[in-house]
Ligand binder design. Structure first.
Ligand SMILES: Cc1ncc(COP(=O)(O)O)c(C=O)c1O
Length: 364
């Protein structure tokens, strides 16, 4: 018997999450990152604070200052927040808490693929709720699925990745009121939306949990910081299923630094939203091209080329976009072209994206 045969079958059935190593690109618009790094003076202050701390000592087992800053910002009571190394990691904390073999988990699709993978690795039963032809999800279909399966866990994302579509705030409230178990709302991109956030849902319903990230609008994907928020009694249980010392002192300092600059985040989000509208219109103006506008910092595009071909031709011109046709609903299997996802970059990246796209479409 090979040692590999000892690996649980649920793990062996998965594929490792790998993103190709970044090649030198004039536009890197394939991972929904922010194009904006933290200004050098803010970086220096965070580094100096970290440098003055003892590196030989463990940090707080939870980064209290950062946790309290998030609670204060959201107007939530103490004990409402867990911070981890990216919300990716917190999805494992969540799964450990709620999932065992055969647990029904309602996951609308297409949706950020990690959730289904984590659920499968715990042996849970993934209950798919497919989007409509417009790639939007109806709250009623999600509610029906959750009730029918009596699902302890239902996860929704708004704005959703990879579609860029949203669930209305009223739908989130209705879902929290109606699902038989926990409702997790992934709000990785909420800064790009106007109106109330899901924190309101959490105030109204004790079964809601929210996941957020510092990787998108905050521009800290390389630092790895994610947030889970919920009622303190539920968070106290999730605290047991997280690993100790999830975030070190450096992450805490950097997190505090960006929370101190809401003006900077708001200014950058406004630029990205304006750039998104311009780029969506410019790409969509090409003949035979369809754009599905997005509510976050990315949108979907389909052209007469296959997604793989389009991605390759764009990469040859230094522009990295993402072929998302691996998601069933985006595959174009019904005879329509499959979709690619384009993130919004800095203005010069968006100009490079448009230039390359026009060349590729003209040559096709
Ligand atoms: C919907 C959604 N949730 C979570 C994440 C991951 O966030 P983090 O970088 O905090 O792990 C992503 C990243 O693409 C995402 O699109």
């Amino acid at each position: 018997m090979s040692p590999v045969d000892l690996v649980r079958p649920e793990i062996r059935a998965e594929r490792a999450y790998r993103v190709p190593t970044t090649i030198e690109a004039s536009a890197k618009v394939d991972q929904n990152e922010s194009p904006y790094d933290l200004p050098a003076d803010i970086k220096q202050r965070a580094l100096a604070a970290f440098g003055a701390s003892p590196w030989n000592r463990y940090p707080d087992d939870r980064p209290h200052r950062l946790v309290r800053a998030i609670e204060a910002r959201e107007g939530l009571p103490e004990g409402s927040v867990i911070v981890g190394r990216g919300s990716n990691e917190l999805s494992h904390t969540l799964a450990l808490c709620f999932l065992e073999r055969g647990t029904p988990v309602v996951l609308p699709s297409p949706m950020f693929a990690l959730y289904a993978s984590v659920a499968r690795m715990h042996g849970a039963d993934v209950i798919d709720v497919p989007a409509g032809l417009d790639l939007r999800h109806g709250a009623d279909a999600i509610l029906d699925a959750a009730r029918e399966a009596n699902a302890p866990l239902t996860i929704v994302t708004t704005p959703n990745n990879p579609t860029g579509q949203t669930l209305a705030h009223g739908d989130l409230l209705r879902l929290a009121a109606g699902v038989p178990g926990i409702l997790v709302i992934d709000e990785a991109y909420h800064e790009f939306l106007d109106g109330p956030t899901a924190t309101d849902v959490l105030r109204a319903h004790d079964n809601a949990l929210i996941l957020r990230t510092f990787s998108k609008a905050f521009g800290l994907a390389g630092v790895r910081l994610g947030v889970m928020m919920g009622r303190p009694e539920l968070i106290a249980e999730l605290e047991k299923s997280r690993l100790p010392f999830l975030v070190g002192r450096l992450g805490e300092e950097i997190g505090l630094a960006i929370l101190d600059r809401p003006d900077l985040v708001a200014e950058r989000v406004a630029v990205l939203k304006a750039e998104r509208a311009t780029l969506e219109a410019a790409l969509g103006a090409h003949e035979g091209v369809e754009v599905l506008p997005g509510a976050a910092n990315f949108f979907l595009v389909r052209t007469p080329l296959t997604p793989a071909d389009l991605q390759r031709r764009m990469a040859e011109r230094g522009v990295l976009i993402r072929d998302v046709s691996g998601y069933g609903a985006l595959s174009g299997r019904d005879g329509t072209p499959g979709w690619v996802r384009v993130s919004v970059g800095a203005p010069e990246e968006n100009a490079a994206t448009l230039r390359a796209f026009s060349e590729v479409i003209a040559a096709a």
